[in-house]
Design a protein around this ligand. Structure first.
Ligand SMILES: C[S@@+](CC[C@H](N)C(=O)[O-])C[C@H]1O[C@@H](n2cnc3c(N)ncnc32)[C@H](O)[C@@H]1O
Length: 282
């Protein structure tokens, strides 16, 4: 039983943010770099799948594929098993994958490489991939964030966050982001650990609820994802003042939704950039 990660990033927050990032409207950007045959009977392994949103999208994008998601965190795996049909989820460690050699056509991961020791991360994928199999490593890069006046931090939230002790060594303790590398080093690392035909691509995910190109259900999902992020951040701390801060968060996102529905544009935006590195096992 390991729930380290779900304490750092809440289950709902991670699931909703990835549900957006891997929404079908962005699928063509991923598909170009994935370069996989949607009609093939692929065996796909998602490493560090978290609550499973990428696997869920892969299941729609590659309906004939047999997909397995693996993660060390039991809370994520329990959530994924309960909420995502059609994919097999199991607990396990990326540094010691519980699968035989040469058993998958594709290994994929999103924002996992930077947390796992490189020789084990790449070596295990190389081992479980079939010859000719494809490794896809997705990595979040610097994006843009612009809020709207109605979403500024409220006095109750500020009071809550300022009341907390300043030092938090969670990231160092659990090695979060210990193996972050640059955009140039990531493909070089994949090559160094034995992959060939390495190529790169970028997906730009524009989350601007007021953009007319997005249908209302997607725009509202963006607003709800932001709400969830703020709520779970407060809830995860268990400190006095949380109730007032939570109430304030609900009030501001209720207002944001009201403005959206009334057509009063706020233009707040979150743009994330996902780097994709693709390599082949010889
Ligand atoms: C930033 S989260 C990303 C989760 C998921 N890929 C997503 O995009 O929603 C990193 C994930 O890697 C998992 N993880 C970290 N080290 C791991 C390891 N050695 N074996 C398996 N999973 C690991 C964590 O539990 C966490 O779910």
């Amino acid at each position: 039983m390991n729930t380290i990660w779900s304490h750092i990033q809440g289950v709902q927050t991670l699931y909703l943010s990835r549900k957006l990032r891997f929404h079908d409207v962005f699928s063509p950007q991923y598909q170009r770099t994935f370069a996989l045959d949607p009609a093939a009977d692929l065996k796909i392994l998602e490493i560090g799948c978290g609550p499973g949103a990428l696997s869920e999208s892969l299941h729609r994008w590659f309906p004939r594929a047999q997909i397995t998601g693996i993660d060390r965190d039991s809370a994520f795996i329990a959530f994924a098993r309960e909420n995502i049909p059609g994919v097999s989820f199991q607990e396990g460690d990326a540094t010691n994958l519980p699968f035989p050699d040469n058993s998958f056509d594709v290994c994929i991961s999103n924002t996992v490489q930077e947390h796992v020791e490189p020789s084990a991360f790449w070596g295990e994928q190389l081992r479980v991939l079939k010859p000719g199999g494809v490794c896809l490593c997705l990595s979040a890069r610097k994006g843009l964030h612009c809020t709207a006046p109605c979403l500024e931090q409220t006095a109750a939230e500020r009071a809550f966050w300022e009341s907390l002790p300043e030092t938090d060594d969670t990231f160092q303790r659990y090695g979060v982001g210990k193996y972050v590398v640059s955009e140039a080093e990531l493909p070089a690392s994949m090559e160094r650990y034995g992959f060939s035909n390495v190529s790169t691509g970028y997906a730009v995910i524009d989350l601007t609820p007021d953009a007319p190109k997005y249908p209302p259900e997607l725009a509202e999902l963006m607003i709800e994802s932001m709400r969830q992020n703020d709520l779970e951040a407060i809830q995860s701390v268990h400190a006095p003042g949380a109730d007032r801060a939570i109430e304030a968060v609900h009030a501001k996102y209720d207002e944001r939704l009201r403005l959206y529905r009334a057509g009063v544009k706020q233009w707040n935006t979150e743009v994330s950039v996902t780097m994709m590195v693709r390599g082949v096992k010889r």
